[in-house]
Design a protein around this ligand. Sequence first.
Ligand SMILES: *Cc1c(COP(=O)(O)O)cnc(C)c1O
Length: 374
Amino acid sequence: MTYTGDQILVTRSSMPSFEEYCEEIRKLWDSHWLTNMGVEHKEFQRQLEGYLSCPHVILYTNGHLALENAIAAMGFPAGSEIITTPFTFASTTHAIVRNGFVPVFCDVRQDDYTMDAGRIEGLITEKTAAILPVHVYGNLCDVEAISRIAQKYHLKVIYDAAHAFGVKYKGISAANFGDAAMFSFHATKVFNTIEGGAVCFADDGLVDILNDMKNFGIRGPEEVVYAGGNAKMSEFQAAMGICNLRHLDAEIAKRKAAAERYRERLECVPGIRLCGQKEGVESNYAYFPVVFDGFAAGRDEVFAQLRENGITARKYFYPLTNSFACYRDLTTAGAEKTPVAAFLADRVLTLPLYADLALEDVDRICDKLLSCKR
Ligand SMILES: *Cc1c(COP(=O)(O)O)cnc(C)c1O
């Protein structure tokens, strides 16, 4: 059976009005300055440093290259190990490996799917240089425990905060935890610049390094200090960011209404587990993950039956990065080493969630989901 009515996709990008964007990019037709840190880039960077209350925000053409450069900028010795989690998007693990470092996989917590800080110390060796946790779905990691461990063993902490733009803990934005935090501004994220990303940090010493690395390592007209790549954010991306930032709080409020409706409808259903909500966290309602454990239908059946009804959910995150074919020969890989993450990856589905998702559509999704059967 193929569904022919209205489709509900898992996400829908936030956009300003066409007129608002055109107005913002008008000045580019005057200046003919399209990339390389022009007026839109400078203005957007300034606004983000204010919005996030963060001393330094370096803009990138995407989140992945931002993370790769954040790792590279720390200057870890060759062969270093970085403790991370496999319950994430491919980018996190690839960023470690593409820098020539070894990912060591720490299991995650049952209730919020972030790195289980209690298991980190058991993974530390003399080669460990850093911890790279993920604020998965926008759920903030146990930042206090992770920071204590990092201090005790003199490790750097780099957060993959791709999901956590707009999230605050005890009033502090996710940009300000760890030695550096990476945001993604990809079209599918809560806040987008079409493609885009940023590295946020406090250490003044990282500013020149990251600015040079994203621009071929060029420090001055006749001075090249790194074998850097090209990861600059363009003026058009920055202009999209300036427009979308104006509407972000309203977009998050609309996401919140949809997420709360899901929670009301699904909270007490036997066999369905929802994410725990951490005390002191202001959420961005980035995703609505549901774990099927003893429900009338399994995750794959729910996924297929929703799709037959025109509703696209996402097996996010499945498979775990430590079971990717490309890591077959990596001795630290293997889903069996992270049983909680493996359990979740087999049972989790993220349901459609975006600012313009109508509450009637949330109800339609919940009605279908609750009628799923083996
Ligand atoms: C989206 C995402 C990235 C990569 O960001 P891009 O902007 O798409 O390059 C990295 N990590 C996680 C967890 C993500 O969801």
